[in-house]
Design a protein. Structure first.
Length: 484
């Protein structure tokens, strides 16, 4: 191994150790250092060519963990010990054929090409023993809980102009899962428009018509958690093999795979296996495939293989149908005047509409009053007062996370990835614009950031919104969402 390269790397590691976050107690700092040493003792440099540094890591989990937890510190260390403009690459050893090693070289000038990131490969063969993450290991006969909600059936799904196309396609898929041109089915739309309901409805119908088929509904967050657990236990193959058993896979909020390259790699191979073997895939998202940030192009292209259907907020007639359908199940009949009033008053999402309907039923039952326009107005007025918007830092964080399709934990993390760093700067900017919080308070609520970081973020967004059309668009749309 090149002695000069190892000396540079040792200096980088020492710089990072010296700059680990200070802890209140020495024991906390010691734990931090132990964790750091355990991680980086299995990471070493392979080559430094034309300011392209390639690190060898044991697995994709190591790569993702470094990106999420140490990227900022590592970047500062590389800048100090190598210079500006260093590009970081990873070579994942578990994905490399045995006997093939990357040579150690060190050049500062030349025309060498950076080492590409190695992609994970998944075996297509199924082993005799497959781990099921949903049941207790050791049971020979695998019985998978589909995680489907019985209430989310086609019978309870109200069709209208806003969802008719998606609903018709979903019913077609349920009759012949995996055998139509609609594979995958990619449903996208805003909050509470019925995407999840429609996914469950397909699953329930398939289970009814084809009892032997394995149907699984899972949120993307749960999928990510399972992948991370399998990576830690070095059981990625078992993880992939389990999902290869599924006949109809329904994944909710697929946009949360954004910024998770290792999980995306695993999903990609699972997707390919299922699709090639005639299995049905249904995905939901709050945005169209092309609008999902930081997701591999090869995955986006596969989203487009089948059918992409948008579900919009329900129009007046659809809202009216939903009200009639919901109330009739509770034996309640409203006059045309009252139906029109409710359908006009609640014009956002199906979820909000059902919430208002349930409140109306509750108030009518509690106060033993006959339903009337007066009672409806009073009920909606009380709901509006109860839900009066309070613009605080937490609320702004929630709006930002929803807009960009990220989790609050990511927003408050230390990662410098652009898909997280930009939303974080926007959250700081809006916190200063719409609250009376000091820079220090905003920094504290943004994951313990320094007040100077907040000041810099606010200045950055102000400047960039004048020159960058994309940032200007973000500021405009987020302003409307925060205020309205």
């Amino acid at each position: 191994m090149n002695d000069n390269l190892m000396l540079i790397w040792d200096n980088c590691l020492q710089f990072m150790r010296d700059n680990l976050d200070a802890a209140e107690e020495q024991s906390d700092l010691k734990k931090l250092e132990n964790s750091f040493n355990l991680l980086f003792e299995k990471v070493y440099p392979l080559s430094l060519v034309d300011n392209n540094l390639t690190l060898s890591v044991p697995s994709d989990f190591y790569k993702e963990y470094i990106e999420d937890n140490y990227l900022s510190l590592l970047s500062a260390s590389l800048k100090k010990n190598i210079g500006k403009g260093v590009k970081l690459w990873y070579s994942v050893m578990e994905n490399k054929p045995k006997g093939k090693e990357t040579p150690i070289t060190m050049k500062v000038k030349g025309n060498a090409i950076a080492t590409p990131k190695t992609q994970e490969t998944v075996s297509k063969s199924l082993p005799t023993t497959i781990i099921n993450p949903f049941v207790v290991p050791g049971i020979k006969k695998i019985n998978i809980d589909s995680n489907l909600k019985a209430d989310f059936s086609f019978d309870n799904y109200v069709e209208g102009e806003s969802n008719k196309f998606a609903s018709t396609v979903a019913k077609s898929i349920a009759k012949r899962p995996g055998a139509t041109a609609f594979n995958p089915l990619f449903l996208h739309g805003g909050y509470g428009v019925g995407k999840t309901h429609l996914g469950h409805a397909v699953g329930l119908e398939v289970k009814s018509q084809f009892p032997d088929k394995v149907v699984l509904y899972i949120s993307s967050e749960k999928f990510i958690q399972q992948f991370i657990s399998s990576a830690k236990a070095h059981k990625q193959t078992e993880f992939s093999n389990f999902y290869q058993m599924v006949d109809v896979l329904i994944i909710d909020d697929i946009q949360f795979l954004s910024g998770k390259p290792a999980t995306q790699d695993s999903f990609f191979h699972i997707f390919d296996y299922l699709h090639q073997n005639g299995k049905q895939i249904i995905l939901t998202s709050d945005r169209a495939p092309v609008d999902i940030m930081d997701i591999q192009e090869r995955i986006v292209s596969r989203f487009k293989w089948g059918l992409t259907a948008e579900i919009k907020s329900p129009d007046f007639d659809t809202r009216r149908k939903i009200i009639i359908d919901k109330l009739s199940r509770d034996g309640i009949v409203l006059s045309d005047e009252m139906l029109d009033f409710l359908a006009n008053e609640v014009n956002s999402s199906v979820r909000d509409l059902i919430g208002v309907i349930n409140s109306v039923i509750a108030y009518s039952t509690v106060y033993k009053s006959d339903l009337s326009i007066g009672l409806l107005k009073e009920t909606i007025s009380k709901i509006a007062n109860t839900k009066k918007k309070i613009i605080d830092i937490l609320y702004i964080q929630e709006v930002i996370c929803d807009y960009f399709g990220i989790k609050r934990e990511q927003l408050l993390s230390k990662t410098r990835k652009r898909e997280i760093a930009l939303p974080r700067q926007l959250a700081m900017y809006f916190a200063k614009e719409y609250t009376n919080a000091t820079f220090a308070k905003i920094g504290e609520d943004m994951g313990g950031k320094d007040h100077s970081t907040v000041m810099y973020a606010c200045d950055q967004i102000k400047d960039m919104s004048k020159m960058d059309k994309e940032i200007k668009k973000y500021v405009k749309e987020l302003t409307e969402k925060i205020k309205n």
